[in-house]
Design a protein around this ligand. Structure first.
Ligand code: PGA
Length: 249
């Protein structure tokens, strides 16, 4: 079975004072039967990693540059993020794809950079509303998987997050049937690409308006091994019940 993961993406939210939520989360979630990760803004990674070192909370990053060092003002490399305490990097989030025009090839290069530096790459894919309405969801997801995922991965190096763009931060959630259809498709695609041994073990996350109130139903869906959570990861009060729902699933 793939490892279950509840991952929180704080996006461009949080200052040092926000790290008290990590203590609250640690207290409220106890010892969960799933992996738990928070991806704070890069400014907080080092402090967050120090603060959570004695807890089950892992710390991840939200993006990286594909190169390991060089003349790229303002960017951060995978080795720098690992040095700061990250154990994983989200790559290809739809907000990066949209705000920074990241292509599938860019995302694949970033995922490869993360993996080359012994970090887990959490690769995001997802269709826009007009693509779903045109019945192109699986075609879009298939194209993103083909273009964004690196070749030659080992178990534990890759997590795939399905995040329909229209469900992110909107309160709109696909039906469990719609989630099931895409997650079945992603699993089949990964098995075809990497073989059954590796493809069956890759953790698949659903993301997009996950909350305590819908988490239990989402985690019942086959091939949903966890969630990538934005807004509801910012406070322990919202995130701990999601961790508990995954733990119990
Ligand atoms: P949301 O964001 O939970 O706020 O919808 C999810 C994400 O972007 O990962």
């Amino acid at each position: 079975m793939p490892t279950k993961l509840a991952a929180g993406n704080w996006k461009m939210n949080g200052v040092m004072a926000s790290l008290s939520e990590l203590d609250n989360l640690s207290t409220q979630m106890g010892t969960p039967e799933c992996d738990v990760m928070i991806c704070p803004p890069a400014t907080l990674i080092s402090a967050a990693a120090t603060q959570t070192s004695d807890t089950p909370i892992a710390i991840g990053a939200q993006d990286c540059h594909a190169a390991s060092s060089g003349a790229h003002t303002g960017d951060l490399s995978a080795p720098m993020l690992r040095d700061a305490g990250a154990t994983a990097i989200i790559v290809g989030h739809s907000e990066r794809r949209a705000d920074h025009a990241e292509s599938d090839a860019d995302v694949r290069a970033k995922a490869s950079a993360a993996i080359a530096d012994a970090l887990t790459a959490i690769v995001c894919v997802g269709e826009e509303l007009h693509e779903r309405e045109a019945d192109k969801t699986l075609e879009i997801i298939g194209g993103q998987l083909a273009g964004s995922l690196p070749d030659d991965i080992q178990t534990g190096q890759l997590v795939v997050a399905y995040e329909p763009v229209w469900a992110i931060g909107t309160g709109k959630v696909p039906t469990v049937e719609q989630i099931a259809e895409v997650h079945d498709f992603i699993r089949e695609t990964l098995i075809a690409r990497y073989g059954a041994d590796i493809g069956s073990e890759i953790t698949l996350l659903y993301g997009g308006s996950v909350k305590a109130s819908n988490a239990t139903d989402i985690f019942k869906v086959a091939h949903v091994n966890g969630a990538l959570v934005g807004g509801a990861s910012l406070t322990a009060a919202d995130f701990a019940p999601i961790v508990a729902a995954l733990s119990a699933s």
